[in-house]
Design a binder for this molecule. Structure first.
Ligand SMILES: Cc1ncc(C[n+]2csc(CCOP(=O)(O)OP(=O)(O)O)c2C)c(N)n1
Ligand SMILES: [Mg+2]
Length: 314
């Protein structure tokens, strides 16, 4: 990777972090409604160049940015405004933009794995060399859809990368209390899907592992399973006071912060402290402008209640 790649990916992580901190603030001021799940701590996983189909669960803000979504329609969607990526009707858990091949955040745990399998099947039918990147949590691996999707993807050798973001908890429940195996990738063995594991707090480690996995899939060998070890600093969703984990545990993970950890790596590559500081200043401006855009945008008109419900036959 070039110096420019490092700068671009770093900026992506910083923007995600700042957007999440801003969303937290706006939620506390009741400007954002509904459920909201923050990605803080998991930025290194989604930070990558836009490519292929991407689909994820409700913890989707960072992944939307990594797919190339402009912070303005993202923030407008958070505030329920008509200029949002889903005209303000999706909200935090349902960001989507199919023009970016970002097939959205999904609130039903595990359900989107079946959609990912369908997207990959469509690519295979069309003879395209597209790959579907499907992000989901450790908790989702206990759901029936997970097993059905892995099975069919393996039987039909579909081009799908299952990326399990193992942040060690499903809501308040630690992995070991909900899953018979704590190395989630072992579940892929049951479907003869090859797998790998990497450090999700390390941007370069995630890139290396995902590039290897994607090359495997693109060569026509069928699905791959990547388990990414990570941690969310905030609660499961807003209002979660985190009584189920200690302050020391959170602090320990914060010493491995994906943004902080990447700075010395950038400096070794010849990037200066001033360049890093200017990325922070530029990103803060981008987020500020996105919030202003969202706040100044109108709410959708009442007629919007009746649109985008059914797809017209074409
Ligand atoms: C089918 C279904 N069951 C239960 C829920 C409630 N629920 C929402 S998030 C969640 C935990 C999922 O944890 P994980 O897959 O590890 O994702 P994370 O939130 O850690 O990113 C649960 C049980 C749901 N949304 N859908
Ligand atoms: Mg989890």
């Amino acid at each position: 990777m070039t110096k420019e790649d490092y700068l671009e990916l770093y900026k992506q992580m910083v923007i995600i972090r700042l957007i999440e901190e801003k969303c937290e603030e706006l939620y506390q001021k009741s400007k954002i409604g509904g459920f909201m799940h923050l990605y803080i701590g998991q930025e290194a996983i989604s930070a990558r160049k836009p490519q292929d189909n991407v689909i994820t669960a409700y913890r989707d803000h960072g992944i939307a940015i990594a797919c190339g979504m402009d912070p303005k329609p993202l923030m407008a969607e958070m505030l329920g405004k008509v200029t949002g990526c889903c005209k303000g009707k999706g909200g935090s858990m349902h960001l989507a933009d199919i023009n970016l091949r970002f097939w959205g955040g999904h609130a039903i745990v595990g359900a989107h794995l079946a959609l990912a399998t369908g997207l990959a099947w469509a690519d295979k039918q069309k003879g395209s060399d597209g790959v579907t990147l499907c992000f989901f949590g450790d908790g989702a691996s206990n759901i029936g859809y997970f097993h059905e999707s892995l099975n069919l993807a393996a039987v039909w050798k579909l081009p799908v990368l299952f990326i399990c973001e193992n942040n060690h908890y499903g809501m308040w429940t630690p992995v070991e209390d909900a899953s018979a195996v704590t190395d989630i990738r072992k579940k892929a063995l049951g479907y003869d899907i090859p797998s790998d594991v990497c450090d999700g707090m390390d941007l370069l480690a995630v890139r290396k592992a995902s590039e290897k996995a994607i090359a495997h899939i693109r060569s026509g060998k069928g699905p791959f399973f990547l388990e990414v070890m990570t941690y969310r600093y905030r609660g499961h969703s807003m209002g979660d006071q985190r009584p189920y984990r200690t302050a020391d545990e959170i602090k320990e993970w914060q010493t491995k912060d994906p943004i902080g950890k990447f700075e010395p790596v950038m400096m070794k590559k010849g990037i200066t402290k001033e360049q890093i500081e200017s990325i922070h200043a530029e990103s803060a401006k981008v987020v500020e402008e996105a919030v202003r855009f969202a706040e100044e945008s109108p709410f959708p008109p009442m007629e919007e209640l009746y649109t985008d419900i059914y797809v017209e036959n074409q």
